[in-house]
Write a protein that binds this ligand. Structure first.
Ligand code: NDP
Length: 340
């Protein structure tokens, strides 16, 4: 049973060598005899998510998830198939999504986070992205926090990623003008040609982010969907319109810093009467049914597309995970361990 194990706590930028792919020979492909409530799963798809970096820190202070344990497999959202089960909610052959260990097979004793996949006529990997945690995040952040109106001007950072690509498409469906930033020409092309962003720019090529935003938003920004923090946030604050809304979803530019960067332009929150609100998707799991009601027909009718970047095999999983922090992923980063 191949596993991805964290070697030790991480300081600064994570490296592939912070994890090791090992083989654990102790797992048996059958359930322990006299143990109740266990699931044996064959793991299919793993999700690489930026929040997992926080779990590599030695302390969980100020975080909403506990640290990973060095020497043990890391875990994250994923999709699996039930091979055997003594839990009444899950049966052999069920497809499930939720938190699973980064390993080929798992014995799951705490299935609280697991959901049975009801709609199996979509690519199963979608449950790590558009139909999973990142999808719900974009839905909650955009509709519940940003409260969009037709004609609003919307800016999305890290716009080509798992969350950002959906926010941009939701903004277009809501009749908004939407601009995205991303870190390469290929990503900028994707934003404009695949996801229908009105404009997009490569933030790495802009010496002056304030000037770049003024170019695309001469009359200012009504909604900022924040994924990166740092200098981008500072530049956006100067370009917000009166009564603008900022949904603070993530600040990936800060996750590997020992000391977070200071923000200089917060005074605009007052001057422009801006509402800036952070949120965590874990508080909104009750909205999954409402979200599915909206998103499933949109996918079926081809009104929403979703781009994934899939690597094959657990051997390539550590590189895929750390690649999030240098922008290697083009779309949602998925690891395929097995295709059923
Ligand atoms: P992505 O798929 O967008 O992958 C991360 C991307 O971030 C990279 O591809 C890279 O794109 C960009 N990036 C990396 N480092 C930097 C940097 N220093 N400055 C600017 N951009 C950078 O990730 P997700 O869509 O899964 O997540 C997006 C954000 O949403 C993250 O901040 C994440 O933590 C947050 N999040 C929050 C949740 C919540 O509940 N609040 C839930 C899920 C996600 P590029 O090439 O464009 O630089």
């Amino acid at each position: 049973n191949k596993q991805v194990v964290l070697k030790d706590y991480v300081n600064g930028y994570p490296k592939e060598s912070d994890m090791v792919v090992t083989s654990d020979a102790t797992i048996r492909l059958e359930l322990p005899k006299n143990e109740g409530g266990v699931i044996l799963s064959k793991n299919l798809y793993l999700s690489c998510d930026p929040y997992m970096r926080g779990r590599m820190n030695t302390t969980s202070k100020g975080r909403y998830t506990s640290s990973f344990t060095p020497g043990l497999p890391i875990c994250g959202y994923g999709v699996a198939k039930v091979l055997e089960s003594t839990r009444h909610e899950f049966n052999k052959g069920d497809l499930i999504s939720g938190l699973i260990n980064w390993e080929e097979y798992s014995l799951i004793t705490n299935p609280e986070s697991l959901m049975k996949i009801q709609h199996t006529d979509f690519p199963l990997s979608y449950y790590t992205g558009i139909l999973g945690m990142p999808g719900l995040t974009s839905y909650v952040g955009f509709y519940e926090i940003c409260l969009p109106k037709k004609g609003d001007t919307v800016f999305v950072s890290a716009a080509s990623g798992a969350v950002g690509q959906l926010v941009g498409q939701f903004a277009k469906l809501s009749g908004c003008y939407v601009v995205g930033s991303a870190g390469s020409k290929e990503k900028v092309d994707l934003l404009k040609n695949n996801f229908g962003f009105d404009e997009a720019f490569n933030y790495k090529e802009e010496r002056d982010l304030d000037a770049a935003l003024k170019r695309y938003f001469p009359d200012g920004i009504d909604i900022y969907f924040e994924n990166v923090g740092g200098n981008m946030l500072d530049a956006v604050l100067c370009n917000m319109r009166l009564h603008g809304r900022i949904a603070v979803c993530g600040m990936i530019s800060q996750y590997n810093l020992n000391q977070h960067q200071g923000i200089k332009n917060l005074v605009f929150l007052i001057l422009k009467r801006i509402r800036m609100e952070g949120f965590l998707v874990i508080d909104y799991h009750h909205l999954y049914p409402k979200f599915f009601e909206m998103i499933l027909p949109l996918i079926q009718e081809g009104k929403i597309t979703y781009v994934e970047d899939t690597v094959e095999g657990l051997e390539n999983a550590p590189a895929a995970l750390v690649g999030l922090f240098s922008g290697k992923n083009l779309g949602k980063q998925v690891v395929a361990i097995a295709h059923e």
